[in-house]
Design a protein. Sequence first.
Lengths: 300, 300
Amino acid sequence: MADPQRIAIVGLGLIGGSLALALRRSLAGVRIVGADADPRAIEQALEGGAVDVGGSVEDAALEACDLVVLCTPAQPLLEMLPEIAGRMARGAVLTDVCGAKERVCEAGAKQDRVVFVGAHPMAGTEYRGFAAADPALFAGATIAVCPPVGAADERARREAGTRVRSLWMAAGAEKVLDVDPAKHDRAVTFASHLPYLAAASIVESLLSAGDAAALARDLAAGGFRDTTRLAGDGTVGGAAALNRFIPSEARALAQRLRALADEIEQDPNAALDRLGNLADERRRMRLPTVSTRVRPARSP
Amino acid sequence: MADPQRIAIVGLGLIGGSLALALRRSLAGVRIVGADADPRAIEQALEGGAVDVGGSVEDAALEACDLVVLCTPAQPLLEMLPEIAGRMARGAVLTDVCGAKERVCEAGAKQDRVVFVGAHPMAGTEYRGFAAADPALFAGATIAVCPPVGAADERARREAGTRVRSLWMAAGAEKVLDVDPAKHDRAVTFASHLPYLAAASIVESLLSAGDAAALARDLAAGGFRDTTRLAGDGTVGGAAALNRFIPSEARALAQRLRALADEIEQDPNAALDRLGNLADERRRMRLPTVSTRVRPARSP
């Protein structure tokens, strides 16, 4: 195994860039190899001191790293995983940040060169690219971590899981949750992917509203801003598209909306009772309200 | 006309309570009559110094007030409007805060005793009741104000419009927008009511998710919190139910969601292009991100 402080981050956007900046601050002596298809991202990451060396994914010295983190959008991440694993040192640790875990972990399990540990940091903003990267992005965040797969050695797997947990704690995370990939995907369907698709659909409605759109923007109070903020994070869509629960649950959500519209027309009092109950339930969730990061610390 | 500084606020919840507290601070010598069906709200408003006298709506001395503000939920507001107008001094000003303006302004135009000026402050939180009232709730807010209707005197109408604008500026608003009631309702369909109904439907999906619900809450990052925050504000539902554009637009939104689900299944790349474009459009809106008040200043 190579120097234990040698980490490669493939994809230097918001998540990869933020991870590099966070690790740089907390891991003394860490050497970070950055890779991205966009030369500008590499330049910014080098200038920002986030990575020690940077270049294309093809040229990255992955064989010299004991830990590689895939931080690209979902579809390319799934596609490059086997090839990346094939270029790594035998027994090294490969991990990722994709918001859909079932298919990514399946791909990780299909090779036995490295241990693959699927992970998903529950953090993000609607900004993207290294310009929006922030060393505090993961501060207080929850990270979902899936069981190690791939290389068969039981001890190597266990160590790989510990290594990935330590990585995220070093990046500022507050909590690591061990999750089964399918259970993760079904849960993020409700926690993230459906809210995202609804937000995108509302933006689409607004864009098709003609004259009403300008006034709607003037009248948009916090509700619209909050509800559609997520729609600005295009990377969630890639994960949603890999999530096998999405098509049926998005159709079920559409059906709920349609039923609500019908009820408002036919029995408004019943609709209001239903909405009042849902409001009570939502308030009972007592979700924290302050940790969302809505402005990048390093915006241009 | 009675003392020009005598204002009645009917409904001492989040909006009425916040308005009373804000006016108390900015209008020297104002006398505020508070009315609410809930004796506890009256007690809290009296204790908090928000109102000078308080009691039931039936007992309120509306005839002695030159300005009455209806701040109850939408359906009772619409129902009580004619009776309230009938109890007021001839030529006085009646206004409201309902999030649907077309039907409320129609009701206001059906009487000629007072001038009715429909208004809608674009502010709120998911908390409710006087306990959540905050004198700064309207700080920086936009207020939609509709053309004065009712009492036919042209000069009285003009003065009533000015009076309502002044009221909201005194309460801390940043901007008053003159809007036609139907145009208002169509715009808030996109700005507020559809986001609200989508948020409520997502909460409903989560509640029906069985085992996945607990994990979904643990994994809920800012996206879920923000997207569903609006669902906690049950009062928006009342306004949405009075908005004639809602049933058809909610069905159209459901259809967009369904189409997106189908596309993710059949042509994921096309779906991702579409979502990427929507993300770009959402970011281009450059909505302010900091003025939302998510915590009540006076929570219990």
